[in-house]
Design a protein around this ligand. Structure first.
Ligand code: AMP
Ligand code: GLY
Length: 431
């Protein structure tokens, strides 16, 4: 198969690595990602958030299948443009991806269809409404409606303490967007559960836990995700009933979107919170999670090319996964997330990392004169895989040692101590 991918981060590197096992891969990217270039038959450089630029870049070429990957690319309508070119597409249209790029749409949909896991929310347009809502809800999460790369949410108790601080954030959102979303704060342990969907049925992937906070022991600002781990069909702090509930929520959401006339084809990614009273929906995303995609794609048994084709053709095939444990740690630039260094040279010894069992995925980096430079966001995703979490963590940690330059990582991701903290937290929540 000739498959076209739009996107160029570590997530797309992981997708392309799988596809390249049995397909010829082509990729449209804004700057040369040296890890991805090596795996592709051909690359096209273009502004991937501009649908016209994308279709211009691939003019004269034919493909059996295309997959647009990052959130902003889907929100810009790149899948629609590719469909318009007569290509079979396995990623969601702009209307279907709205589940991610418009948080008010997502909350209203879960309300309209009484989808389990929905939470209390209010859209506010004035500071008065905001203050009344915060007073009524107590602890809240304050969010802009659009895409923020995981960095736009402020939660009481976590990111601010007093109402006034929350109101300052509301004030800045109202100035910018004239509207803000306030949700009740839900407490529990978060996990990511993705599924493939052809618009009708779902093929779930194993659950993964991401780490949003920048620093050790979950402190510091929110990031796009510092690393993630998986332990097979279930995470250590979850029960089978949690997984079943999350699957049901994903299926009900797919049904709702079909009913709305915006069927969802692609990867639907639920960010869930396991709480005392069951699973709650934090967010839906219309794409593979990053870094969690690296965990699950390493475990996928069978052909990703075939699965994506089955999505595009509306005849989803089942996806099977190994039960191994995986750990991903992201090497990120000094200063990340607030003031990340850019345009400095970085190196990674892929051969040495591979020899010791780690896989390296190139994220926000670009190639110039045969050297690799920081692109200004997360740098390299380092994956370890093993029969146990300990083994996977050790491999990922050792793999991080092969990166050189002004970069750092969170050493505690996937460690026994941190995972035990999650288990204890969940136990306290449930009792
Ligand atoms: P999001 O960008 O929606 O993924 O939110 C970023 C992070 O904020 C999530 O991973 C959660 O940890 C937290 N968060 C978002 N919404 C809520 C909520 N309603 N209650 C508690 N925490 C939340
Ligand atoms: N894992 C965070 C995200 O992909 O949004």
């Amino acid at each position: 198969m000739k498959i076209l991918i739009i996107g160029s981060g570590a997530r797309e590197h992981a997708i392309i690595k799988r596809l390249a096992q049995d397909s010829q891969v082509y990729c449209v990217m804004p700057k040369k990602n040296p890890g991805i270039v090596k795996l592709c038959k051909k690359i096209f450089l273009a502004d991937i958030e501009n649908p016209l630029a994308v279709t211009d870049a691939i003019k004269g070429e034919t493909f059996d299948l295309a997959f647009a990957s990052p959130d902003a690319v889907l929100a810009a309508g790149v899948s629609d443009a590719l469909i318009h070119e007569g290509i079979k597409v396995a990623s969601p249209t702009k209307a279907a991806a709205r589940i991610e790029w418009d948080k008010s749409h997502m909350r209203k949909l879960t309300e309209k269809y009484s989808i389990k896991g929905r939470i209390k929310f209010r859209l506010v347009k004035t500071e008065k409404e905001a203050r009344e809502t915060i007073e009524e809800f107590g602890e809240v999460a304050i969010k802009p409606l659009g895409l923020t790369g995981g960095k736009g949410v402020k939660v009481s108790g976590d990111h601010f303490q007093r109402i006034e601080e929350g109101m300052e954030y509301v004030h800045s959102l109202l100035q910018k967007d004239k509207i803000a979303l306030i949700e009740e704060k839900v407490e529990g342990e978060e996990f990511s559960l993705m599924c493939f969907s052809d618009g009708k049925t779902i093929a779930p992937m194993p659950p993964v836990q991401d780490h949003k906070r920048a620093f050790l022991a979950d402190t510091g600002p929110n990031t796009g995700g510092m690393g993630s781990y998986s332990t097979g069909a279930i995470l250590p702090f979850l029960e089978q009933s949690d997984i079943d509930e999350a699957h049901e929520i994903l299926q009900r959401t797919i049904d709702a979107m079909a009913n709305e006339g915006t069927p969802f084809k692609g990867v639907l990614y639920g960010q869930f919170m396991a709480t005392k009273k069951g699973i709650r929906i934090i967010e839906f995303n219309a794409r593979f999670a990053d870094p969690e995609s690296m965990n699950v794609l390493a475990l996928l048994e069978g052909s990703l090319s075939q699965i994506l084709m089955s999505i595009a053709e509306g005849k989803l095939i089942k996806a099977k996964f190994s039960n191994d444990a995986t750990v991903v740690k992201y090497l990120v630039p000094n200063g990340y997330p607030d003031k990340p260094l850019k345009d400095q040279e970085v190196k990674i010894d892929e051969a040495a990392a591979k020899k010791q069992g780690a896989e390296i995925y190139f994220a926000s980096v670009y190639e110039k004169d045969n050297k690799t430079y920081l692109g200004g966001s997360r740098t390299f995703g380092i994956l370890g895989r093993g029969k146990t979490l300990d083994e996977a963590e050790r491999i990922a940690e050792e793999g991080c040692g092969f990166g050189k330059g002004p970069i750092w990582h969170r050493k505690d991701i996937g460690t026994k101590k941190l995972v035990q903290k999650r288990i204890d937290h969940m136990r306290r929540i449930r009792s």
